[in-house]
Design a protein around this ligand. Structure first.
Ligand code: MIC
Ligand code: SF4
Length: 641
């Protein structure tokens, strides 16, 4: 087989469909992962599908998002997830073990394998050469049931790396540079594949920082080849036998090409409130900073925390700010303890938090009012930190650590000599926070433990040919799933309870939305470009469905959210002429004739007495699934028991 890395993996996993850009293909899925915030729903759906055991090579259930345990809800979810893993043959990663993507890279991800995960940053595993895609929980449940995962055959963008990163510049700056060039929807429908002589200068965790945040471009995934660096990393993780070489052929052709000279990259920052709003740190340095947060699945590897430790060594964090650190995994912490570098962090005054997502998803460490918070994370959407008027900047660990010392946003090149760090040749392997799957004869009798906050799934009924109702809300471009279904310490514990969590839909935009939607008996949402970017949370479709939303009509959709809408029976429609967006207002009464959803759709605006043409990107299968009322009833009828 010839081609690019992405083509080789896709073509090696196609079970149905045509190998042509834009055509739908069904892929065999080798591995799955879930995290607790999306996992409870995914496993409720897996249970509803009704098969005795997962049918993948490997499925892992991680607990890393919801770890505050302010009452019974989080621990009940964790207990439920642990019992599910035991019952259905999954690996279970206990809370405290680390962040799903960091752990998966360390312990399970393999070059050449397909992986889908109920988290949008699943492409982190692309750093090791896996074809790793973020998806809604239901799609992961379906993959666990052994059914293929469908994607539009992507365009492959080759990103040619040359040169070598200068001192004080790191992998985060590379992906920020990519975002500076293509912004938050430049990757939609595409795979970003890295190649060229520069890649050998990047270790696997550095590559993973780049593929992780490729998600913010809207890309289906990002992938690196598997080379000697990959081999060295896997050997250091005592997984050398799982390594395979995987590189693009010399004559491989990319649909698009981006050239990026690593030697020319400089420290960058994404400004509030979009990961695509990127500027050089040197242009904005000097502003007072109230918080620095290091961690998240983008920048919490051993390499990143060693850099932070060595920059902070011998200093005290500026008294105007506080510094939090969430290590990516327990392996990272064990190394920092063994090397003594943990002392540098603690002596400098860093607050070492749990090995978990933490402040990245608003689980603690919210900034103060109007604070400037400098974070090594991947998202800076308004309000996501837990403080609506905080200003979040996304940077590298180098910039974060330099800022923590100085108290103002600092270009780390001003600090002088770049610290040299020593990476271990062998990592400390201690898998005792993973609970291994039970053999089938022992797992069959395991009881599932459900707490009172775990509510059954809502019912899904077939869709009529005509949808009627009023426009419940009209929103702008780039609405994120954090806008639609916020997370954070208050709301995240409700992820297993759709009726309760629905009360927070669109909270920051229009807190009356849930009540109005229920009073009106449901209706429509009108939106702009890139509607539903960001998280994979299917609650951003499930909760609006529960409130009666029938169709979302926008200029364009983000990939995972579009799939989630289909999965839960909300019709995703787009304006044929984007200018028609202006002709509809909140409160307008609409009639939308969807028929069998094979063709374009007519929208009658009864209030304005106008007719508008709508279209959609639904495949025949999507249309069938939607008309059945969603994917769950559809799958239940088809899965081989
Ligand atoms: C995120 O970073 O937004 C999350 C929290 O990891 C989500 C998943 C979720 O909402 O549970 C994601 O990225 O998919
Ligand atoms: Fe967790 Fe943040 Fe990564 Fe999402 S982006 S998986 S919340 S660390």
């Amino acid at each position: 087989m010839t081609g690019t890395v992405a083509e080789k993996i896709i073509n090696g996993h196609i079970v149905d469909g045509k190998k042509a850009s834009g055509e739908e293909v069904a892929l065999k899925i080798d591995q799955t992962l879930t995290q607790d915030a999306t996992g409870t729903m995914a496993y409720l759906q897996f249970e509803a599908i009704g098969i005795p055991r997962v049918r993948t090579e490997l499925s892992v259930s991680y607990v890393d998002h919801n770890t505050l345990q302010t009452d019974f809800k989080n621990p009940d979810d964790h207990r439920y997830l642990q019992s599910i893993a035991k019952r259905y043959g999954l690996e279970f990663s206990r809370p405290g073990n680390g962040i799903c993507h960091q752990l998966h890279l360390e312990r399970f991800a393999c070059p050449g394998k397909t992986l889908i995960g109920s988290d949008s940053h699943t492409p982190t595993a692309g750093g090791i050469g896996a074809f790793a895609i973020g998806a809604g929980g239901l799609d992961v449940a379906v993959a666990m049931a052994g059914m293929p995962y469908r994607i539009k055959y992507p365009k492959i963008v080759g990103i040619k790396l040359t040169g070598k990163l200068p001192d004080w510049v790191s992998a985060k700056d590379v992906i920020l540079e990519v975002l500076r060039r293509i912004d938050v929807k430049g990757g939609v429908g595409k795979v970003l594949e890295y190649f060229g002589p520069g890649i050998k200068t990047l270790s696997v965790p550095e590559r993973a920082t780049i593929t992780n945040m490729g998600t913010e471009t809207g890309a289906t995934t990002s992938v690196f080849p598997s080379d000697q660096e990959t081999k060295a990393f896997m050997e250091a993780q005592e997984r050398g036998e799982q390594w395979i070489p995987l590189e693009a052929d010399a004559d491989a052709e990319y649909d698009e090409l981006i050239e990026l000279n690593l030697s020319e990259v400089e420290p960058l920052a994404a400004l509030p409130h979009s990961p695509g709003k990127v500027k050089p740190v040197s242009e904005i340095a000097g502003m007072d900073v109230q918080q620095v947060a290091i961690g998240s699945c983008t920048n919490s590897s051993l390499r990143d925390l060693k850099i932070a430790a060595n920059v902070l060594n011998g200093h005290t964090t500026a008294d105007s700010l506080h510094l939090t650190i969430n290590p990516g995994s327990r392996q990272v912490v064990e190394h920092l303890i063994e090397s003594g570098e943990m002392r540098y962090l603690i002596a400098a005054g860093a607050r070492i938090l749990e090995n978990a997502c933490g402040p990245c998803i608003g689980m603690g460490a919210a900034p103060s009012s109007q604070a400037i918070s400098i974070r090594t994370f991947n998202r800076n959407f308004e309000g996501r930190s837990g403080t609506k008027d905080a200003q979040i900047f996304l940077v590298s660990p180098e910039v974060a650590a330099a800022t923590a010392i100085k108290g103002v946003l600092t270009d780390p090149r001003d600090l002088g000599d770049y610290p040299t760090i020593e990476m271990p040749l062998r990592f400390i392997i201690n898998d005792n926070m993973f609970i291994r799957p039970l053999p089938p004869d022992e797992s069959a009798g395991v009881a599932i433990i459900r707490g009172p906050n775990i509510k059954p799934l809502p019912d899904f009924t077939p869709l009529p040919d005509t949808l009627e109702g009023e426009v419940l809300l009209k929103v702008e471009d780039n609405i994120t799933t954090d806008h639609i279904m916020p997370a954070g310490a208050r709301i995240l514990p409700l992820r297993s309870n759709i009726p309760e969590i629905s009360k927070y839909v669109f909270e920051a935009i229009d807190p009356e939305f849930p009540t109005r939607a229920l009073e009106c008996g449901g209706g429509f949402i009108i939106g702009g470009e890139n509607y539903g970017q960001g998280s994979s949370r299917e609650h951003a479709a499930l909760a609006p469905k529960y409130l009666g939303v029938k169709a979302v009509i926008v200029k364009s959709f983000a990939r995972i959210h579009l799939a989630n809408l289909i999965n839960f029976g909300i019709v995703p429609l787009t304006f044929k002429d984007p200018a028609d967006y202006d002709s509809i207002d909140i409160g307008d009464k609409l009639e939308v004739v969807i028929g069998d959803l094979r063709d374009d759709v007519r929208l009658k605006n009864q209030t304005k007495d106008t007719v508008i043409e709508l279209t959609h990107s639904l495949s025949q299968l999507d249309a069938e699934i939607l008309k059945t009322g969603g994917k769950l009833p559809w799958v239940k009828e088809r899965v081989g028991k």
